[in-house]
Design a protein around this ligand. Structure first.
Ligand SMILES: [Zn+2]
Length: 434
């Protein structure tokens, strides 16, 4: 076994064989939905590529003695019951991706969770000791929300924040429902996996993810102790005008929905500049134009617009300013603007006990660590409201995210796995479980 050394001088070779097993599985997982000529992947929720990776993942779990179950929203769990009847530590993240995305976002967390549980299970088997809690690995369905909205769908249903029937009836842009897509892959379960009537209870949760930002890389931090989520306010807007010939209609007569939408896109960008640098992030990530035809003034545009900030006050002020722009565009461009969807959350702390546990583990392992906030939501954002939760980050080179070039170094992947393993070991022994 080759003893290797991380760029920060951290020995990562002690668990060499297990590390090699992880990297081999990582390489295999990265092949599903691989985008030719790039290092990235495309495996949106319940796509063919997602189905393939789910089958592969189920086989991996079963080969290690885990029982695989799917719940009624397609969350995939690997269960290892070592202490009959005891509640479970769940560790996981999501395998689905955005279109033309990086291979690390979510997938690293799922595979690291699996290997952390494999390692803890092996230790327990070797000693013959039964832990206080059983082990579960989770692959949450549709965290990204690119094909089916909203994001974090599987963990939202699991934690009772989204109704199962609403989620199953959600359709993609081609009219295929979540229910149809999951059933078509054989990934729609018929029962809950946890909770009343299942005989299984979740006691705690752990997740590791690549940072979707570059502060850890800049600060030389290997393990991010995630202590809060940024606040966010997401809007769906429908801008309506009147269809007309784009050449012959008099300029003064036009009611151009695309112009109105464009003003909102620009307003969102300019809003960010009205606050201190870094205080507000804004974006329009999706725009659907009708009829989207060369010689036609658009009659309708649907767009999704996000406001994000660590501060709820900033979000509230930004929302007011945005609504003032909406009123002005309605009047000046003579278009209709309605809000079709709104989804907001406050700055949201993770439990301090989980942060403290993660910090102790990092100290024990000699891994450079620091407290960080997450801008993006994660499945742990839901799970922390249900059970004691630990959320961890590893660095991402240049903070590149939702991009084919997303990259995290092997040494950081392995350091994160070592850390997560120690967290799962502690949780299985009852840490945070009261
Ligand atoms: Zn993710």
């Amino acid at each position: 076994m080759v003893e290797s050394r991380g760029s920060r001088g951290i020995a990562i070779g002690e668990t060499g064989v297990a590390d090699e097993a992880f990297l081999a599985d990582w390489s295999a997982l990265s092949g599903f939905g691989a985008v030719a000529g790039t290092n990235g992947v495309e495996r949106q929720a319940a796509s063919v590529a997602d189905g393939e990776q789910r089958s592969w993942f189920a086989a991996l779990l079963e080969a290690r003695g885990f029982t695989v179950v799917r719940d009624r929203i397609g969350n995939q769990f690997g269960l290892l019951e070592l202490s009959p009847g005891a509640p479970y530590v769940i560790a996981g993240s999501h395998l689905d991706s955005q279109p033309t995305a990086g291979r690390f976002d979510g997938a690293y967390g799922v595979l690291a969770a699996a290997h952390a549980c494999f390692r803890v299970a092996e230790e327990l088997r070797a000693t013959g000791r039964a832990p206080r809690l059983n082990l579960a690995v989770a692959n949450w369905f549709n965290e990204e929300g690119s094909r089916f909205k909203p994001s974090m769908m599987g963990s939202s249903v699991f934690t009772g924040k989204l109704q199962l029937e609403v989620a199953l009836a959600t359709t993609d842009p081609r009219g295929v429902s979540v229910r149809e897509a999951l059933a078509g892959l054989g990934e729609l379960g018929e029962e809950d996996a946890f909770g009343p009537g299942t005989g299984r209870e979740a006691a705690s949760y752990a997740e590791i993810h690549v940072q979707q930002g570059r502060s850890m890389e800049e600060d030389g931090v290997t393990i991010g102790l995630v202590h809060a989520t940024w606040a966010a306010h997401k809007f769906g807007f429908r801008v309506t005008g009147e269809q007309a010939h784009s050449g012959s209609a008099l300029m003064a007569d036009r009611r151009d929905a695309l112009l109105g939408a464009a003003r909102l896109v620009v307003a969102a960008r300019e809003l960010a500049d009205e606050f201190e640098t870094g205080a507000l992030h804004t974006a329009c990530g999706e725009l659907n134009v009708y009829p989207n035809s060369p010689v036609v003034v658009a009659s309708e545009v649907e767009l999704l617009l996000d406001l994000r900030s660590p501060s709820r006050e900033v979000i509230e002020l930004a929302r007011e300013k945005l609504m003032a722009v909406v009123d002005r565009v309605r009047a000046e461009d003579r278009v209709g603007i309605e809000i079709t969807a709104e989804h907001a959350w406050d700055q949201n702390p993770y439990p301090e006990a989980g942060v403290a546990l993660a910090q102790r583990v990092a100290d024990d392992l000699g891994l450079a660590h620091g407290r960080v906030m997450t801008v993006a939501g994660h499945d742990s954002t839901n799970m922390k409201d249900l059970v004691p939760t630990v959320m961890l980050f590893v660095p991402s080179v240049n903070g590149v995210s939702h991009n084919l070039d997303e990259y995290t170094r092997d040494e950081d992947l392995l350091a994160g796995l070592r850390h997560l393993t120690a967290v799962v070991r502690s949780l299985a022994d009852g840490a945070l479980a009261g």
